[in-house]
Design a protein around this ligand. Structure first.
Ligand code: UD1
Ligand code: MG
Length: 471
């Protein structure tokens, strides 16, 4: 059997009234990623490349989040899920093959679920296959009404269900696959003749059956995968479940997770074997960590690449690279476009911003290194500041290899300091320092013998006088 092309339509136009939020529902995050992105990621991973999104409420924000790899259809008024699919007709009506219709508020959905749903649909030749699950608490979901022959007869929404129907635990996931033949003709027959005056997409089941077509169900064995999120309590619950799934995958691949209840890792983050993640650690975005590292406690890494044998604690780092054998923290802040090469040592209260630190650089205490390049094995003393900003423009500081920058030095950029140069403590450096040079840019010390003693006796006498009432 030749593979039929497959397209997907993600419904993400709804207001998400129950979220009580200004943000469109699909942009609320689960596991550090927006719900609608989790759905599209699962579709793409399952090999569905032709994906369109229905946007409406906050649609510009949803488009900005997902980018231009998808087609978009606009639903200007949110009249229901049936109306949302009607709005996609202009962009999908010429498509021939199978069409997945899926909600954008099912963040735990997996690649495997979509693959199994498609396989089930193709094996039976039904006109529609509905993804369903058996929920312990089915409240809020549409219930699946089965025919005696096992096919799906109808989906009844919670609000319209009889008490007997409310007891049904098999629920609609709002994820379906359809054969494209006649699909939009039937979608356009969906009306709003119900209590809510809403266009229910679930009415499509009745319409297909009126036309004598068969509707099957694919029952997902893991009910968690198909939970729908309508309010913020369900959101945190999904977050917890996705986190557990991600951490379990990492742990089973050889990562030690000390406390899964206090470790927050986005799906897609990669961590090597024998790395330990200590509590209160947040690893987000495209972060990749090598082997045998110790990360945490209290570390937040966003879109950061970490090598192997790295130690990071009490640190924030974003969009940067931290090479093999580096030691970072406690209390370091590594900001975007920074690269720490091999065995770099960044200690407490050190901020690195848009800078490259070559192998073996040490800045162990209280420094700001911004717009700088620092050569291999150079030591940056406590209190060193690169003054990269003049109030209007940013300037570069370049420091050679094996140099020594004394404590409390102020390096006024743009400035170059050569290889093996020594900047003495407390210097304010405004001019270039050549290779092998020493720079002294501070006032000379004056020491006066006996001065402190004389000063104390003079002050003591003044105080004695004032007590006697003499002004
Ligand atoms: C829907 C299903 C219900 C199912 C449940 C699964 C309908 C009528 N009901 O209910 O059977 O059990 O999902 O989670 O379909 N949307 C639009 N435009 C609209 C309205 C909604 O794009 O006008 C989008 C929403 O953004 C959301 C999805 O459609 O991503 C589902 O809408 P929602 O209001 O959450 O439906 P549920 O009440 O959860
Ligand atoms: Mg929903």
């Amino acid at each position: 059997m030749s593979e039929r092309p497959i397209a997907a339509l993600v419904l993400a136009a709804g207001k998400g009234t129950r979220m009580k939020s200004d943000l469109p529902k699909g942009l609320h995050k689960v596991g550090g990623l927006s719900m609608v992105q989790l759905v599209t990621d699962a579709l793409l991973a399952a090999g569905v490349t032709d994906v369109a999104i229905v946007v409406g409420h906050g649609g510009e924000l949803v488009q900005a989040e997902l980018g231009d790899r998808f087609g978009y259809a606009w639903q200007h008024e949110q009249l229901g899920t049936g109306h949302a699919v009607q709005c996609a007709e202009p962009i999908l009506n010429h498509f021939q093959g199978d069409i997945i219709v899926t909600a954008g508020d099912t963040p735990l959905v997996t690649e495997q679920m979509f693959a199994d749903l498609i396989a089930a649909h193709r094996s039976t030749g039904a006109a529609c296959t509905v993804a369903t699950s058996i929920q312990e608490d089915p409240t809020g979901y549409g219930r699946i009404l089965r025919e005696t022959n096992g096919t799906v007869g109808a989906i009844v929404e919670q609000k319209d269900a009889t008490p007997e129907q409310l007891a049904i635990q098999e629920v609609n996931a709002a994820i379906y696959v359809f054969r494209s033949e006649g699909f939009f003709d039937r979608v356009n027959r969906i009306g709003n003749d119900n209590k809510q005056q809403e266009y229910y997409f679930t009415d499509i089941i009745h319409i297909l059956r009126e036309d004598g077509l068969r509707v099957d169900a694919y029952v997902c064995p893991d009910a968690d995968v198909l939970v729908g999120i309508n309010d913020r309590w369900q959101l945190q619950d999904a977050d917890r479940r996705l986190r557990a799934r991600t951490l379990e995958g990492l742990a089973r691949s050889g990562v030690t997770i000390v406390d899964p209840n206090n470790t927050y890792v986005s799906p897609g983050v990669k961590i090597g074997r024998d790395t330990t993640i200590e509590p209160n650690t947040y690893l987000y975005g495209s972060t990749v960590i090598g082997e045998r590292c110790s990360i945490g406690p209290n570390v937040r890494l966003v879109d950061t690449k970490v090598g192997s044998d790295v130690l990071i604690l009490f640190t924030n780092a974003q969009e940067c690279e931290i090479g093999d054998e580096c030691k970072v923290g406690p209390f370091a802040n590594i900001r975007p476009k920074s690269r720490l090469e091999v065995d770099v040592n960044i200690g407490n209260f050190v901020e690195v911003n848009r800078s490259v630190l070559h192998d073996g650089v040490k800045a162990r205490h209280l420094a700001y290194i911004g717009d700088a390049e620092v050569g291999a094995e150079t030591n940056i003393g406590a209190g060193t500041i690169t003054c990269n900003y003049d109030g209007f423009f940013k300037h570069k500081t370049s420091i050679g290899a094996n140099a020594f920058i004394g404590s409390n030095s102020t390096l006024i950029a743009p400035v170059n300091i050569g290889d093996r140069a020594i900047v003495t403590a407390g210097s304010v450096i405004t001019d270039a320092v050549a290779d092998d040079a020493g720079a002294f840019a501070r006032a000379r010390q004056i020491t006066r013998e006996g001065w402190a003693k004389a000063w104390r006796s003079r002050k003591a006498a003044e105080k004695e006088n004032s007590k006697k009432g003499n002004p």
